[in-house]
Design a protein around this ligand. Structure first.
Ligand SMILES: Nc1ncnc2c1ncn2[C@@H]1O[C@H](COP(=O)(O)OP(=O)(O)OP(=O)(O)O)[C@@H](O)[C@H]1O
Ligand SMILES: [Mg+2]
Length: 229
């Protein structure tokens, strides 16, 4: 269970996140919605120890705030940043091998290619030469190879063709079935609501709604104010 209490982040004089509270049990998806600049990526980075934050983040009986990103990763937390996180000079296959954290496993690599056959066709290609969408798939699947128990994923479907968005959704469902807790930052309302057990809506750096997808669909005024253009 991930438990977040009073999480705040300041960028100098700008408060990017104001006292955010939520929890995510194993096998559930919390989607974080909000307009551009509402603080979703800041939240993801704070959870992963990539930006200084105040408050409390508990995961597997440990306090995460103050830990280094690699220490947090070692506690079974996977992170897929908004900027695709690939090693440009390494091949697709070498990138995948790094996801296994030094435990070679042909079956897992084969599983990764099954999810995204496109990557298999380009397995010897330096990751830096892939298209943006392919880099995104590589970044996502590499993080899953480490079998995270908590996955923080920042707009995984951004810029992907509809068919690939479905592949991403399928992967997320598969992770959830295996008991992984997911915090999904997402702009696409249909995908966000489709995958979510609960939804958190960020206004300007603070939570303006927390509830089920059905409740958010019913809250027209909230959606108009904080989500729709
Ligand atoms: N390193 C930083 N220094 C100063 N301000 C920052 C920094 N990072 C983010 N901000 C500001 O914090 C606010 C939240 O940014 P964040 O990237 O979390 O938004 P977001 O919801 O992920 O939006 P999007 O992904 O659509 O850009 C924005 O106003 C942004 O300009
Ligand atoms: Mg963002």
């Amino acid at each position: 269970m991930l438990t977040v209490q009073g999480l705040s982040v300041n960028h100098g004089a700008v408060q990017a996140l104001r006292s955010v509270d939520f929890c995510v049990p194993p096998g559930q998806v919390l989607t974080v919605l909000g307009r551009n600049g509402s603080g979703r990526s800041t939240l993801a980075r704070a959870l992963m120890g990539l930006t200084p934050a105040q408050g409390r983040v508990r995961w597997m009986g440990q306090d995460l705030l103050g830990l280094e990103p690699h220490q947090i990763a070692r506690l079974g937390v996977g992170y897929v940043p908004e900027t695709r996180d690939v090693f440009s000079l390494l091949s697709v296959e070498q990138n995948l091998q790094l996801g296994l954290r030094g435990k070679p496993d042909r079956d897992r690599i084969a599983w990764a290619y099954e999810q995204f056959p496109q990557l298999h066709a380009r397995r010897q290609t330096p990751a830096g030469l892939l298209s943006g969408g392919e880099q995104q798939m590589l970044s996502l699947i590499r993080s899953l190879l480490a079998r995270p128990r908590l996955l923080i994923v920042d707009e995984p479907a951004e810029g992907l063709a509809p068919q690939m968005v479905q592949a991403v959704a399928h992967l997320m469902r598969q992770q959830v079935k295996a008991g992984t807790a997911i915090v999904l930052m997402e702009q696409k309302l249909d995908l966000a609501l489709d995958l979510a057990d609960r939804v958190l809506l960020l206004g300007r750096s603070e939570v303006v709604f927390e509830g089920t997808p059905e409740q958010l669909l019913g809250a027209k005024v909230l959606r108009e104010r904080w989500l729709e253009v």
